[in-house]
Design a protein around this ligand. Structure first.
Ligand SMILES: Cc1ncc(C[n+]2csc(CCOP(=O)(O)OP(=O)(O)O)c2C)c(N)n1
Ligand SMILES: [Mg+2]
Length: 1012
């Protein structure tokens, strides 16, 4: 039976052009196969078939304009499926009515609780430290204990929740605290015990501690300027060791590996462990922070510098937590898209308590809870100090973080007290110990660990007679030995065990430690610990004794490393543990297969003129991506990332075509469900719609861009953003992405200071290319025409994803519509596009006077227009060069210049700029929609008079025409400045320039735009 395929609801658009027929008459097609592509002036969308069958006849041609309901094809249906037009639309009103009815029913079924109207006291009286009726309190508490005993924790929790709800309904709107008492979350009887050999583990840990400190001290003894940290790792050693010995599974043939984000300043600890594991030798430890010669060890985790070791750059504080969250999310994305197996892999991130003040550290924790990232574990090392002093001297960082994370929906595990406290807490019958713990602030806790047992007895236990009594039988030494949770391997093990088994939410382990643990008077818990990088002999002796490191005094004086024999129980144990857990960590490897770049002809349609049809480069890019989604190698690997601008960029067609990733699918019928570009969320969706969140989007881009190493699957992230909210906004993440050797595309859309027109000062970007140029492995382009974009993009795919070069691309695209010409047939054009410039037009009629115009982005069009005026009205010839990348030209220039200077006796090489311009006639005028500095970059490599125009200054809202006039980059200014440059070079009389100034009403007294 013949079915009609009609144009579906395409939103607000009418008379939209058919730009491509994707099927032929007689062809068999399946439901959902795309049949035609239509394009408005904003976006292009493929229309899928709603019927399977054979195409009888095609009723539209390329160039036709269609609207909703128009006939596209007749299809001989192959089965009894109903076409969309016959599907009875969901009766939304009926659905709502049904839902309302059932709601009413359930409400009726619910037992009505009696609302007790009573006089509400406006004043809450707080007597006896908050308890106005201790007897009553006791009754409630006893009832609760009875419930816990009889029916368990869940029941007790349920009752408390109901009580809180009830109180709220009755108007008692006192926020319920997110905090629990200042004790460990896991009760002693619930602690899972480690089966490790605690004695050996302690010995190993001590050696790691020693070697980590020794490498910093040795480096600074040699070269005091090198710096380094001892205090951070000293506080975190147990937190890392328990993970390394028992929890973190490495990548190998059978398993993808857990991913660990190490706190940047604890790097010496990781090197010290790798030394015992036999992965690093003494010479390498002695090259800590000396990386200029090969083999040196990075100050901090830097994959760029140690590409086989470090995986994640974390030392710019705050980036680690964000990157880890998006890494965990991306891991689920890959699983939900069926690209990797779900192996229960985890992402662990180690953070400092001071670091938690970075807005980025907490900025994405909501997403982690919302997306139920139970593959994510944060460990916050609360040593109560940051660099200058206490993190929260007057408060308690652990409690503060607990509240924040619990409020966001995380599973919080506090590890505050070590095992030596267990019996004291068990004997705290009056509750005064916990009360004291709750009341003591971090400044006091820190000070106590900088003093001694007697001080703790007096200041802490001495607060109440009950607590004083509790420790009356303990010596000062015993009191001093009362340890903190983060230094107790048993407590840490129990916490990690619970954290790794948690389901349905991310976990944060908040561990209390001591900064500079074991460093004694010079380093332990003192405000200056962070900078301590030298230890004198006494300190070293103390450190050795504190951790029983088997070194003689002489060896300590020499600050020798200690590594037990290969056959020692320690080395055997450490290796055996890692063998059990699959290999070493950290280790950076990649086994990803390359992606075959699409054939050249995939972009053929972008090499032909668009005729009169106008189009922006953003739209050309989206067209190109739509093409790429038809390439079977590339399509599944594309990861389109957008903050919240898909419609601005004309990408809404992607919603239906590849879906928006949503871990729970779509639980609602979208408002626009009947439309072709309906907002479709799906568990296996491909688009990452990040919301208004550039930092998050960039973190996703990095996760996808490093997928080849962290998940052994090469992916192609393409993140589109307003160019102004790119490098300027997320510059530090871009730097970390570069360090991580991310591969992928960053697209600065709506780019250019005068091209974005109405948006004004905070939107108009005139410098992102300069920012991009600061990143050594970032290749950037500012193309004008669709074929330039196609050549650049394909080359990017080839270089990054087929040849696996560790580079990434920044390409600006614009939203200005204009026609695009045919790609010049000249063979060198493609090479020129990629190298940064090629000649696009030559005006050669008069052969008297000539000028060279260099333009990029939309300003190239102003230059072409200016060149035409010069030819027609002033009989001046010109050559116009399309500069696709001043940045790339400069890089080439720098390198050639350096070669020539270092090889004074050899024949000088020519930079690409020189090859292009060396033999040309006339001075050079360059311009772009960016600051003059953009084009000035190539000034040193041009042995000619060089002038530049650009958009220096703050942007402002106005029309493109007015803005270009204001910044002096419109065709009238190109002509006028062109004439002036020629006059200055004494190639024409100055009167022509003066006349042009008058003709175009150019105000020569107007201040520089930078001053306005
Ligand atoms: C973005 C950023 N700002 C500042 C620094 C400098 N800095 C290095 S460590 C540090 C203090 C760290 O304190 P904390 O997070 O508590 O870590 P700890 O060493 O105490 O474990 C600071 C300010 C940095 N590395 N990154
Ligand atoms: Mg700290």
């Amino acid at each position: 039976m013949t079915e009609k395929l009609l144009v579906p609801d395409i939103g607000d658009f009418e008379n939209v052009e058919v730009i491509e027929l994707l099927v032929k008459e007689g062809q068999e097609i399946k439901k959902n196969d795309p049949v035609v592509t239509i394009e408005s002036d904003k976006s292009s969308v493929e229309i899928p078939s709603t019927i399977s069958g054979k195409i009888e006849s095609i009723k539209v041609e390329v160039g036709d304009k269609v609207s909703k309901g128009d006939l596209l094809l007749n299809i001989l249906s192959s089965n009894q499926e109903m076409s969309l037009s016959k599907v009875i639309p969901k009766d939304t009103e009926n659905l709502i009515a049904e839902a309302e009815n059932s709601l009413k029913k359930t409400q009726k079924e619910k037992p009505q609780t009696k609302i007790i109207e009573k006089e509400k006291s406006q004043i809450i009286q707080v007597l006896k430290e908050g308890d106005i009726d201790p007897l009553e309190t006791n009754e409630w508490l006893e009832s609760l204990s009875a419930v816990i005993n009889q029916d368990g924790n869940q029941r007790a929790h349920y009752l408390i929740k109901e009580l809180i709800n009830k109180a709220y309904m009755e108007g008692a709107n006192i926020p319920y605290t997110q905090n629990t008492p200042y004790i460990n979350t896991i009760p002693v009887n619930n602690e899972k015990k480690s089966n490790g050999d605690q004695n050996i583990e302690r010995r190993i840990r001590s050696l790691i501690r020693w070697n980590a400190a020794a490498m910093v001290v040795r480096a600074n003894k040699k070269f005091p300027e090198l710096g380094g940290h001892i205090g951070t790792f000293a506080s975190a050693a147990t937190l890392y060791d328990v993970g390394m010995n028992h929890f973190w599974r490495a990548k190998n043939n059978n398993f993808g590996g857990d991913l660990i984000y190490f706190q940047g300043h604890s790097a010496p600890g990781m090197y010290a462990r790798a030394f015992l594991e036999g992965r690093l030798n003494e010479k390498q430890l002695d090259s800590f922070r000396q990386e200029v010669n090969p083999g040196g060890l990075s100050s901090y985790p830097h994959p760029w510098l140690m590409p086989n070791f470090w995986q994640f750059p974390t030392v710019s504080m705050g980036l680690g937590p964000m990157l880890a969250i998006y890494q965990a999310r991306y891991m689920k994305y890959l699983i939900n898209r069926g690209l990797i197996k779900d192996e229960g892999r985890k992402v662990w991130a180690f953070l400092g308590d001071g670091e938690m003040d970075e807005p980025e550290s907490l900025g994405a924790i909501g997403l982690a809870a919302r997306e139920k990232l139970d593959n994510l574990i944060f460990v916050v090392n609360c040593n109560l100090q940051r660099l200058d002093g206490p993190v929260r001297g007057n408060g308690k960082i652990i409690q503060e973080l607990e509240g924040i994370f619990r409020g966001a929906g995380w599973n919080v595990i506090k590890v505050i007290w070590g095992s030596y406290w267990d019996s004291l807490l068990a004997n705290d019958k009056t509750g005064h110990l916990v009360k004291t713990m709750n009341e003591t602030v971090d400044g006091e806790y820190q000070a106590m660990k900088a003093r001694d047992g007697a001080y703790v007895r007096e200041k802490f236990f001495g607060k109440y007679p009950e607590t004083k009594e509790l420790v009356s039988s303990l010596s000062d030494k015993d009191i001093w030995r009362l340890n903190r949770g983060g230094h107790d391997p048993h407590k840490v093990f129990a916490a990690y065990d619970k954290a790794s088994k948690n389901i349905g939410s991310p976990t944060v382990v908040i561990a209390k430690t001591i900064k500079g643990y074991g460093m004694g008077k010079t380093g332990e818990s003192v405000n200056t610990t962070h900078q301590t990088k030298k230890l004198d002999i006494d300190d070293l002796m103390y450190y050795r004794d504190r951790f029983d490191v088997p070194l003689t005094d002489k060896q300590v004086q020499n600050i020798e490393y200690y590594k037990p024999d290969q056959n020692s129980s320690e080395i055997k144990y450490i290796k055996e543990r890692r063998l059990q857990l699959g290999g070493f960590i950290p280790e950076r490897t990649t086994y990803a297969k390359p992606i075959k770049a699409p054939p050249k002809n995939i972009f053929d349609n972008m090499k032909e003129s668009t005729g009169k049809k106008e189009m922006s480069t953003t739209m050309a890019l989206v067209r190109m991506l739509t093409n790429l989604l038809r390439d079977k190698n590339v399509a599944p690997r594309l990861v389109p990332i957008i903050p919240d601008e898909a419609r601005t960029f004309g990408m809404e067609g992607f919603f239906q075509k590849i879906g928006i990733y949503a871990h729970e699918g779509q639980k609602y019928e979208p408002e626009d469900s009947a439309q072709l570009s309906s907002y479709r969320e799906e568990k296996s969706g491909q688009v990452l719609e990040e919301g208004i969140n550039e930092a998050g989007a960039m973190s996703s881009w990095i996760a996808a861009g490093t997928s080849y190493t962290n998940h052994d699957i090469e992916m192609i992230p393409i993140y589109l953003f307003y160019s102004m909210f790119g490098f300027q906004r997320i510059g530090d993440l871009a730097w970390a992405g570069a360090d991580s050797q991310s591969r992928g595309f960053l697209i600065g859309a709506t780019a250019g200071r005068t091209t974005l027109a109405g948006e004004g000062l905070q939107h108009q970007d005139g410098h992102s290319h300069l920012l991009a140029s600061t990143i050594p492995n970032c290749i950037s382009y500012d193309p004008t025409f669709h074929y330039e974009l196609a050549v650049i993009f394909r080359d990017g795919l080839k270089r990054m994803h087929e040849k696996k070069e560790n580079i990434f691309y920044y390409i600006t695209t614009m939203n200005e519509n204009y026609p695009h010409p045919d790609m010049p047939k000249d063979k060198s054009c493609e090479e020129g596009i990629l190298k940064g410039m090629y000649k696009i037009r030559e005006f050669n009629k008069y052969k008297k006077t000539k000028i060279q115009f260099l333009g990029s982005g939309t300003i190239l069009r102003e230059m072409i227009a200016g060149a035409e005026i010069l030819q027609n009205e002033y009989q001046i010839d010109s050559e116009v060069w399309s500069v696709t990348s001043f940045n790339e030209l400069r890089r080439d220039g720098l390198e050639i210049e350096r070669y020539n200077l270092l090889n004074p006796d050899k024949e000088a090489k020519k930079s690409y700029v020189e090859k292009c311009l060396g033999k040309t006639e006339g001075p050079i005028l360059a311009a772009s929609d960016y600051m003059r500095m953009n084009s000035d970059q190539i000034r040193p490599y041009v042995n000619k008079s060089f002038y530049s125009l650009g958009t220096d200054g703050f942007g402002r809202s106005d029309t493109r025409k007015n803005l270009r006039r204001f910044f002096e980059v419109d065709k009238e200014h190109v002509v006028t400045y062109g004439l002036s440059v020629l006059a200055k070079e004494q190639l024409i009389a100055s009167k022509y320039a003066k006349e042009a100034i008058e003709k175009y009403k150019i105000d020569i007294n107007k201040p520089m735009p930078t001053k306005l």
